[in-house]
Design a protein around this ligand. Sequence first.
Ligand SMILES: Nc1ncnc2c1ncn2[C@@H]1O[C@H](COP(=O)(O)OP(=O)(O)OP(=O)(O)O)[C@@H](O)[C@H]1O
Length: 271
Amino acid sequence: MSAIKIDNVWKEYGDQIVLENISLDIEPRAFVALVGPSGCGKTTFLRMLLGQERPTRGSILLDGEPLPHEPGPDRGVVFQRYSVFPHLTVLGNVLLGKEMQGSRLTAKLFGAARRQAVDEARTLIAEVGLAGSEDKYPAQLSGGMQQRLALAQALIMRPKVLLLDEPFGALDPGIRAEIHVLMKRLWHEAPMTVVMVTHDMREAFTLATRVIAFERPRDRPEEKERYGAIISKDITIWPPRRAGEASLIRPDRDGPVASSGKHRDDPVNCP
Ligand SMILES: Nc1ncnc2c1ncn2[C@@H]1O[C@H](COP(=O)(O)OP(=O)(O)OP(=O)(O)O)[C@@H](O)[C@H]1O
């Protein structure tokens, strides 16, 4: 399960109302894309789901339980940049979550626990198309490879919810199309709900099961601080996409996809 229930949530910073009375039920395994004009509160909303921010009023439930007030392993996150640690190798970055979970003090695993975590990390690294790059540092990877690494780093903790804040926004269109195929595959395979902020409508409609638009209906300068953004559109994609299932109507479009094992941003293509 990974259902999210957002109930009458308001977010204010001082006198500024950012989000106004947002209510939303997100079903388990949904892939929700959040779109809307710059500054309307998309990232703020995502940070509340992550536990980095608390609603001023209202509640957020994950599987019926109040969301913890701090980030936890049940919620993974990938940002547009800086999700991975530059001083750790690819393997080190993917292992980090497990190591922190094993020992918050030393962030180290030993013996069988370490071997198992390394095996799991290597499998995930291969799944995101980075096999062979385990010992490289992020600076030695292309932008697309770094985002693949960020996905692996988030997924090793098997999050119930994966939060994506414009994760592919800085990538070239060709690389972005390839990482979309990967993202779809990961969503089909891992039992998680995805919430993604994007400015790219094509990306929203390519990946999501549901597209939610935030908008501030009253946006005159004198009203700006007194009214927040609301949900102005809530669109379920048709034909429907369901995690783990091929679309009956457009099997070519959706459905679980096998990895080609080869990616445009593989190291061999990097100058
Ligand atoms: N920690 C904070 N303190 C005060 N104001 C904040 C804080 N975080 C966000 N805001 C304000 O909340 C509003 C919404 O910001 P947010 O980053 O959520 O918008 P966004 O829709 O994600 O924008 P963009 O699409 O440009 O990334 C902005 O006016 C911003 O200045």
